[in-house]
Design a protein around this ligand. Structure first.
Ligand code: FES
Ligand SMILES: [Fe+2]
Length: 340
C-alpha cells in the first residue's frame, strides 16, 4: 500500500497562513547550507545568500523532487535530480541538459516570504498582515540576549502557548524551582488588557524558591503578553528575598511556537536579562531545558489535543483569566488550524 503523507488544508486558516513563524535560529543557517523545515503541514527549504534569507516550497517544478536533497553552488540552489540551478529570486538560471537554452519564466521555485529578526529565521506562507512581534529589550544595551531550545512537543501550539502564560502551574510542574507544591501561591486577581500588541496582563506575583541561576529564593512579578496566536512573552520582575539583588532585575522571555502540524510544535526561546553578568548561555539553557521538559510531558498529555475555543469546554477559574481571554481572542481572530 502506498502511504500518504498527512496533509492539512492550511488555506482554511488565513490567520496563521498570513502570519510569521520562526523555523530556525540564524546560527543554524550558515551560507552554503539548505535547511529542511515544516510549518503548517508544508515542507519548505530555507537557505541564505549574503544578507538575504529564502524560504521555498521543498519541491522542484521540473519533476517534483525535493530541493532539500540538493545543495548550494555559487550562491544558487541545485536540484538533486537533473541539476537545475535556482538563484536567490527563485528563477531557474541553468538546465544542464540544455545548457544553451534560456530557462522559461515558469521554471521557478515556489517562493515564500522570509525574514531574519532577533537571530531567528521567520517565514510566512501568505501575505503577512502584521509585522514580526516586538521584542522590547532587543535594542536595549542594558540587556544581554540569549537563546534556548528549540524544544520539540508532540502537542498543539496553542496549548503550548497557554502553558507558557500560566503562572498557576509553577508549584506543581516546576516544584522546587518555580514554586512550592505544599505551599502553592494564591494568584491575586489580575486583569487582561488589549493593546496594539495583543493581550497583556497586570503584574502577577509568585514566590519562587529557585527563581533563577543564582539559586536563591525570589518574589517574581510576571507581566505576560500574547502578541500573536503563537508568539508570547513575559517580563519577570525579580526581587531577591534576602535583599541582595538589584533594584530592577528583569528576566524577559519571548517564545514563539512553530506550528509543524496541528499536534506538533517546535518551541523557540529568546531571553533578555539585565542582571547576572556572570550568567552564560549554558546556565540559561540548562534551566530552560529542565523547565520545558517538565512542561512538555504535561502539555503532550492534554486531551483533546486541539485547544477548545468554546468556553463551555473545560473549566475556567478566575486565575485562568489570561487563558480565557486568549481563547476568546483566538476565536475572534478566526484561527482554525489546531483549534476545536
Ligand atoms: S526534478 Fe529538479 S531538475 Fe529535474
Ligand atoms: Fe511551565
Amino acid at each position: 500500500m502506498i502511504s500518504q503523507a498527512k496533509t492539512t488544508d492550511v488555506n482554511q486558516d488565513p490567520v496563521l497562513v498570513n502570519d510569521w513563524h520562526v523555523v530556525a535560529r540564524s546560527r543554524d543557517l550558515p551560507e552554503g547550507k539548505i535547511l529542511k523545515v515544516r510549518v503548517l503541514g508544508e515542507d519548505l527549504i530555507v537557505w541564505r545568500h549574503q544578507d538575504q534569507v529564502m524560504a521555498w516550497k521543498d519541491l522542484c517544478i521540473h519533476r517534483g523532487s525535493r530541493l532539500s536533497l540538493g545543495w548550494i553552488e555559487d550562491g544558487q540552489v541545485v536540484c538533486p535530480y537533473h541539476g537545475w540551478h535556482y538563484n536567490n529570486s527563485g528563477a531557474c538560471t541553468l538546465m544542464p541538459a540544455q545548457p544553451n537554452m534560456t530557462p522559461p519564466a515558469k521554471a521557478r521555485a515556489f517562493v515564500h516570504r522570509a525574514k531574519e529578526q532577533y537571530d531567528w529565521i521567520w517565514v510566512s506562507l501568505g501575505e503577512p498582515k502584521h509585522d514580526i512581534p516586538p521584542f522590547f529589550q532587543w535594542d536595549d544595551p542594558d540587556f544581554r540576549k540569549f537563546q534556548a531550545g528549540p524544544y520539540y512537543y508532540r502537542a498543539n501550539g496553542f496549548r503550548t502557548i497557554e502553558n507558557f502564560v500560566d503562572p498557576s502551574h509553577f508549584p506543581f510542574v516546576h516544584a522546587g524551582i518555580n514554586g512550592v507544591a505544599a505551599d502553592a501561591d494564591s494568584i491575586d486577581r489580575y486583569e487582561v488588557h488589549r493593546d496594539e500588541h495583543g493581550l497583556r496582563t497586570d503584574e502577577i506575583w509568585v514566590y519562587q524558591p529557585y527563581g533563577d541561576h543564582r539559586a536563591i529564593p525570589v518574589d517574581a512579578g510576571y507581566v505576560y503578553h500574547c502578541f500573536r496566536p503563537l508568539t508570547a512573552y513575559f517580563n519577570k520582575h525579580t526581587i531577591v528575598k534576602d535583599g541582595t539583588g538589584g533594584n530592577d532585575d528583569r528576566f524577559c522571555m519571548m517564545t514563539t511556537v512553530q506550528p509543524v502540524e496541528e499536534d506538533m510544535s517546535v518551541v523557540w526561546l529568546g531571553v533578555a536579562i539585565n542582571y547576572g553578568p556572570e550568567l552564560t548561555e549554558g546556565d540559561i539553557t540548562e534551566r530552560q531545558d529542565q523547565v520545558f521538559e517538565q512542561d512538555r510531558e504535561i502539555v503532550e498529555s492534554q486531551r483533546p489535543e486541539k485547544i477548545p475555543l468554546d468556553l463551555r469546554e473545560e473549566l475556567h477559574m478566575r486565575c485562568d483569566k489570561l487563558a480565557v481571554e486568549y481563547r476568546k481572542w483566538l476565536k475572534e481572530l478566526g484561527v482554525t488550524f489546531g483549534t476545536a
